[in-house]
Design a protein around this ligand. Sequence first.
Ligand code: SAM
Ligand code: SF4
Length: 460
Amino acid sequence: MSRTPLLLPTSLNAESHSTTKSGYHVYIETFGCQMNAYDTELIRSIMKARGFQFTQVDEEADVILFNTCAIRENAHNRLYGHLARYKARKKERGLVIGVLGCMAQNLKQELLDSRSWIDVLVGPDAYRRLPDLLTAALESQRKGLAVDLSEYETYAQIVPDRAGEVNGWIAVTRGCDNFCSFCVVPYTRGRERSRDPEGILEETQRLASQGVRQITLLGQNVNSYRSSGWDFARLLIEVADVPGIQRVRFTSPHPKDFPPALLEAVAQHPTICKHIHLPLQSANDRMLERMGRCYTRREYLTLVEAIRKEGPIVLTTDLICGFCGETDEEFQETYDLVKEMQYQAAFVFKYSERKHTIAARKYPDDISEQVKGYRTNEIIELQKDISLQKNQALIGSEVEVMIEGDSKKSDQQWMGHTESNVTVVWPKDDLTRVPGDFASISIQDATPSTLYGIVMSSEK
Ligand code: SAM
Ligand code: SF4
């Protein structure tokens, strides 16, 4: 598989360390995956250390930032929709607009266009330069670009800016070396790097002392973690052993990196959740080969068998419909396997060609939008039925849930997740419980995505 060199054009605006006049207000919107949400916490931390303040109200802001995702189609158009909201205001009072994250590479040319509304463009490995670039844009109307990818940047010493949460995320790897043919991540986030284990354990201890009860370890290929002689299984166990941490999750693992020690850790360690997100993408060998996924259908199924032998571990997955050249029969194989696997949940994506990827260079994107849409809906509907049946089977039983906060719809309801990561909602029955407490919930009703119940008991 070909590898593209990842040192991209260097910054236009190599600022020295100008000091920031404190008091600039920043409003940031985050799109995409959990890794982006985590990066926003790093960005907030880096900027606060230089005197910037954050606001939830965009009208109060001097700087508007978008932390973007480039994984799927329409990201570009959606971003332009959001940028358009600030066009008039930028003209009126010189607002500075920055685009951060994975779309930074794609937008380079547009930044160079003098009519562009974008002032600052910063890629995922250059957030430390953001305060200087924004200061130059605010004070000297200078445009700034920093999209270099790094082989070393892990933001290891930056403490993410996060307050009052019971959920904590820790990125243990950044970037990805897998180069699945459809995926833009290796080009936008660069080569895979692992953080040192000591820093990760210190961060876990600090989070635990601040009241975090559930840790999710993050990485594009999280289970290929390797640093200082530690592999992912060892890291996971050590994190799960930190006093005060009651649940540990990880996402996303790649099916090719599951040694027996990792399966054992998930099955046996009391604080590691019995849930594995195991992206399949396609059940057809020709498609898997074209996708560059490094496993066959048989190898995936052998892994699933090994997981199921370890005990009741819940599986969820990612699927792509309408990848280059996918025939009806090849799609049917995926549909049939989803039916057979009975995943708890699946994220189903319509294939969208991404610039620079191996698939974009090698295979025609020849499945019509109509067929892609039809196949995607077929699997979504199938999975909805499966998820509903699984959730309905829990009606009348009790599940253990960690209280995470108010439900989306009402501050009179709590929301949390089961160990298998299904959302549970129930009425607040008294005011002594707080987020981080565990509650035993008797399930009364179910939809494909949510369980509804009443509390039986709760413990601190
Ligand atoms: N690293 C993870 C893995 O290997 O499964 C996934 C990371 S990716 C951010 C999340 C999901 O987006 C992928 O599993 C894939 O299903 C989907 N995806 C990535 N590129 C895509 C594309 N070009 N079109 C459609 N879906 C895509
Ligand atoms: Fe993209 Fe995941 Fe493949 Fe890496 S492993 S290239 S992030 S799909």
